[in-house]
Design a protein. Sequence first.
Length: 593
Amino acid sequence: MSFFSPRPANSKPLSSKPLSSKPAMSDLTAEIDTANSWITSPVLEPHVCKLAMSAIEPVSIPIRLPKLMTATRGFLFPDAARWIPPRDPEASPSSRVGKEKPKLGSGRKHNRIKPPSDIVKLQDRLYYLLQPPLDLLVGSGQLNFPFNPFPYQLDGMAFLFPRYAGILADEMGLGKTMQAISTIRLLLCSGEVRSVLMVCPKPLVTNWLREFSVWAPEIPIAAIEGSSAKREFQWRSPQIPVKVANYELLMRDQSILTDDSMHFDLVVLDEAQRIKNRTSTTSHVVRSIPRTRSWALTGTPVENCPDDLVGIFEFLSPGYLKPGMPMPQIAKQAGDYILRRTKDMVLDDMPPKLYRDAQLDLTPEQWSTYESAEKEGVLYLENLEQSLTIQHVFELVLRLKQICNFDPVTGSSCKLERLVADIEEVAASGKKAIVFSQWVKSLEKIRDALQPFGPLEYHGKIPQKKRNTIIDQFKEDPNSHVILMSYGAGSVGLNLQFCEYVFLFDRWWNPAIEDQAINRAHRLGAKGAVTVTKMMAMGTIEQRINDVLDQKREMFDTLFSSSGDTPARNVGLSREEIFGLFDLRAPCGKKVA
């Protein structure tokens, strides 16, 4: 406690005198002058008060501040005028000689956004009509894309952007995922939407997360997973503008999704044929999600009958199509809501081969077996010391690669789940596919899972005299949509140019062998572009091998890109690289076994 009073000119300052030598206590002396202070009572006489008080010692008190949470309130997007590349400054004609012409937009119409027919208000129609062409937006560099989209993909983005209800029904391999993500990116950046729900089959969740990181890396995204409490927190979190969930999870969290406080600006269904049955639980749950926009992605909008499309439209616009409607009437009413392109329709825009990387996560059963096998195998190799040979390393690599195909205990397979979904789409489109694996046992397991699609086998166990008959049957039988081949039997001397899809279920050591296998379908006389899907288990030996091979391919292409020679790319793994897959050092003096 302290006392203060105005001090007259002739008064002494406040003084402090120690009462003892102890440092813990001090004496405070205060003079109170009633004549010159705020104390005006005549009863009080001037006096001196002495108070003993503890000395003030500084004390450090540690405190912990909570981590600051970032919140996403919106996305800034450049004004429309800034998207358009600036015009070239005026220059003399001579200065323009030899100037490279821009690739985008030259020689073809611009990819303009057109308002759907159901948009009536003039101001809404003008909003879309006055948007800059998408090809100019991409060419301006205001939005970075890892690759320049093909013109037909820009058309797909222009189709989706203005629509509150729409189906992108492109054939598999044309990039429905990329078109949807890029359009979502445009909508988020322009402020048209702020919350997006992406629904897909469970095996494709990680693929969507990965594709978003490639095509829209600045947008926060999360997969809904974990305990019920964690999932509810994720559902309600405003910091995540894009949420990814599988169909099965929607049924478990239906009570959260139908809550009055939940609402999405956009809900996108991948593999939307999952809801073709209007009476199914999945269809009911999906249709009950509160939303403003509804999109469906599917390569097979009609699998069995026109009512399949009616089921999808119950999600897009309930009651718009009726069961039993004649097909011409359905086509007329639904025409403005559906965009479908096949590979032969966009052949001029496409390269001869399209590559898709199916980067998959092992199932829990596979991952448990894989971790145990790798840990025990590496320990065994380390204990061999100087007796270690490359053959020992090969044995472990092959064992781990087989686990990446199928769990030896339960038979579960992340690759097979994805393959079945893709072959279903291939068959529904009336197309044919080749599946390659280096193991006959894997092909036999695949055969059992693909029975509805008429699988045929072509590998070392098939007698030579029967092989030509199998190829003829595969070509002529409309119910046979897939042939299963080993790399050894199917890499040389076959012409399967009527196949438009190739799946590499597992990867070969040398990419040259893979190229030979792919070229069974990609030959002169092929009906269209060939879509090649390379399956790879992430975080495993397959990814390590792929990373090493990619580095060697890049080095090879760099060395030979400027020369006219294009020798066969034999970029397999060296002895040191094989040992390096497990951070092992090759023993000195050992020869390749």
